[in-house]
Each structure stands twice: as C-alpha cells, then as structure tokens.
Design a protein around this ligand. Structure first.
Ligand SMILES: [Zn+2]
Ligand SMILES: [Zn+2]
Length: 117
C-alpha cells in the first residue's frame, strides 16, 4: 500500500453514511472546496443537466493515483468534453448527531485517589 503524499490531489473513494460510494476531494488551489460527489460517472452533458446552483459537476481526469476532480469553469471547460463527469452527492441519510441524546460524561475521581502513590 503506497499512499500518495498529502496535497498531491486526487479523489478518495469513500462510503457515505447513506451507503453510496462517493468521491471526496479538496478541489481548488486558492480556496479549496471539500467536494463530495457521486462516484457514478456521467457524460459531461448528463452532468450539466443535473447541475443546480448549489450542486456542481466535476470533470474527472484519470491519473495514475486515481480519479482527480477538476472544477468545471465554463470559460475554460470545453463544451464537448470527452472526460467523464460526476455530480455533487446529494445525501439521503438523516443528519447525524441531531437526535442523539446528550449525555454529560463526568469523570469523577475521588479526590483522595489523586494523592495516592
Ligand atoms: Zn470535462
Ligand atoms: Zn450520502
């Protein structure tokens, strides 16, 4: 198992809470965006149709280390892009931690024990 050095880019395939396989990557040079996208590859046209103001699609470049997501800039991105595209993952899992009962954990150490030894 060889791990690519941090910062080399590339997406990680992870299992989301909802059970779907997603690609996670920090995309962008200056302001990196923590992207979670569906691992299903679409054509550029199909991804563009699914795109919403808050749901972006990403151009997938295959590198030796694996898929690498790239920002789709309409000015720089070719209209008939031959690469596969992926779209932001829309999670169907319920939000975590919201319904979890809150328990305050108190580590009560009797004061006498601290002086033992
Ligand atoms: Zn593309
Ligand atoms: Zn999910």
């Amino acid at each position: 198992m060889t791990r690519p050095p941090a910062g080399s880019g590339g997406a990680r395939r992870v299992r989301c809470r909802c059970g779907r396989t997603v690609l996670r990557q920090l995309v962008g040079r200056r302001a990196a965006l923590d992207v979670t996208a569906d691992a299903d590859e679409l054509t550029a046209a199909a991804a563009a149709e699914l795109r919403e103001p808050n749901r972006l699609d990403w151009c997938v470049r295959q590198r030796k280390s694996g898929p690498d997501l790239a920002w789709v800039d309409r000015r720089n991105h070719p209209a008939g892009c031959p690469r596969p595209h992926v779209i932001d993952h829309k999670c169907t899992a319920p939000p975590a931690a919201a319904s979890r009962p809150r328990r305050t954990r108190t580590t009560s150490v009797p004061e006498g024990q601290l002086t033992l030894g």
